[in-house]
Design a protein around this ligand. Structure first.
Ligand SMILES: [Zn+2]
Length: 455
């Protein structure tokens, strides 16, 4: 938990979902003494089932803000719910309540419907939204079926999806905060149902964001894999007692996805930072030659990496894991991005009309890899969500004018749109949906939030 990036993770390509029952003999570390030091944090053991059918095993978690964090950045959910699950394991069902109680991923319930991750980035600083977050989303989308959208109703607008998801309000809220000396970010494992959080700090790199998103997609840390002892050795003698369980294997019986991947963005680095007794010595040693590998660092580029615990990008092994988690979802789907949420506060005095013009642009709504594979965006639509620009004066309520001039240019993948709203004394918030469709008739949507207000 003392890595500069939370992302410095361990990775377990094994899909949670695929980890069926079985024996539970993976003890590797001595149990540390439970601690209550620090008003905000406790380090405690819990009995935990990684899947519905697997035997419970004891793991150590850090309790912060009522939530249990495993291996520093994996938020297993409220500790009280985990305690309840310990005492009533028979209550597990495939319903969301059982899933929340157990904090585990079921074979399909923990996946994002058709690989679409609905997110809300409104709490992030603009520089992070346009920087690390944007880069992370692009590196994940580059070679996977995953698409990101802020449209909770995306399934109504995506032509390759023929039915609604079971849970239609699932989304990841991105929060900006600083943990006390802990990880640079954190995430829950898999889709939890409803709104779940992904916490980021200014120490979270683009690859770190990708790491946390992969947790949300259902991927554990790589060094937790049951087969890891063939590939790495862990020097428990160099780990502070209280952190030893952070290096344990915990998936003893699961179906692993692909081979062990030294290059994964989900792998712990060799050195343990604050978890090591002597940080000059590595905790993790490689038992096999490290293969040279290239990881995806943004929408189009790759970069070579030469050591475990890389903080650069998503590996081919990571992509294979993502694909395995989303069977049947086509790749190279269109991508819609309606631009950043916009808010304008006008100083115009009360009693006079205060029109505010919002300019929208879909120029980022394509993916270079996708375009280069022969696909083309052939149409766009901008549609107000739940409101109707009337282009007539309705002061002081509602929009006073509107302008709907979509400019479609498939070559530059650009479509602009402008909306004029009347700023009210309080906030006037409207949403506009962008839908893009490619030459194969596949579409994807996104929603942007526009806010007009007066002082
Ligand atoms: Zn992690």
């Amino acid at each position: 938990m003392h890595f500069s990036r939370i992302a410095a993770g361990i990775l377990c390509s094994s899909i949670l979902a695929g980890c069926g029952g079985g024996s539970n003999e993976v003890p590797q570390s001595e149990a540390p003494a439970a601690t209550t030091s620090g008003a905000a944090e406790k380090f405690v053991p819990i009995s935990y089932r990684f899947t519905k059918d697997s035997a419970p095993q004891t793991i150590w978690v850090t309790v912060k803000g009522g939530n249990a964090y495993f291996q520093s950045d994996i938020n297993l959910g409220p500790i009280e719910r985990l305690r309840e699950a310990e005492f009533s394991p028979d209550s597990f069902t495939a319903e969301s309540g059982g899933r929340e109680a157990a904090g585990v991923i079921y074979p399909s319930a923990g996946r994002w419907y058709k690989g679409v991750v609905v997110y809300n980035e409104s709490q992030l600083p603009a520089s992070v939204r346009d920087g690390q977050l944007w880069t992370a989303m692009n590196m994940i989308m580059a070679k996977s079926p995953i698409r990101f959208s802020r449209d909770q109703d995306y399934y109504k607008n995506v032509t390759y999806i023929s039915s609604a998801p079971v849970y239609t309000y699932d989304n990841i809220a991105l929060y900006w905060q600083n943990f006390d000396g802990a990880s640079a970010g954190s995430s829950q494992i898999g889709r939890q149902g409803g709104t779940q959080g992904l916490f980021a700090t200014d120490r979270l790199s683009a690859a770190g964001f990708a790491h946390e998103f992969l947790h949300a997609l259902g991927v554990w840390h790589e060094q937790s894999r049951s087969d890891r002892d063939t590939y790495i050795s862990v020097d428990y003698g160099n780990i502070k007692t209280e952190y030893r369980s952070q290096y344990d294997k915990h998936v003893s019986d699961g179906a692993l996805v692909g081979g062990y991947d030294y290059c994964s963005v989900m792998h712990y680095p060799a050195k343990g930072g604050g978890m090591a007794i002597d940080n000059a010595k590595p905790i993790i040693k490689l038992l096999q030659n490290f293969p040279s590998c290239i990881v995806q660092i943004d929408a189009v580029q790759g970069a070579g990496v030469s050591g475990i615990g890389q903080d650069s990008g998503v590996s081919d092994g990571d992509f294979a894991t993502i694909r395995a988690l989303h069977p049947g979802v086509p790749e190279l789907l269109p991508f819609a991005y309606a631009g950043p949420n916009q808010k304008v506060i006008t100083p115009v005095a009360w009693g006079t009309a205060a029109p505010v013009t919002f300019s929208l642009n879909a120029s980022k709504s394509y993916h270079p890899n996708w375009i280069s594979n022969g696909a083309r965006i052939v149409s766009y639509s901008w549609v107000p969500v739940g409101w109707s620009p009337t282009c007539s004066s309705q002061y002081p309520g509602g929009p006073v004018t509107c302008s709907t001039n979509p400019i479609v240019n498939a070559n530059s993948a650009q479509a602009t749109y402008s909306v004029v709203m009347n700023a009210q004394s309080s906030q006037e918030e409207r949403k506009v949906r962008l839908t893009v469709t490619d030459n194969a008739g596949r579409s994807m949507s996104d929603v942007v939030t526009l806010t007009a207000a007066r002082y």
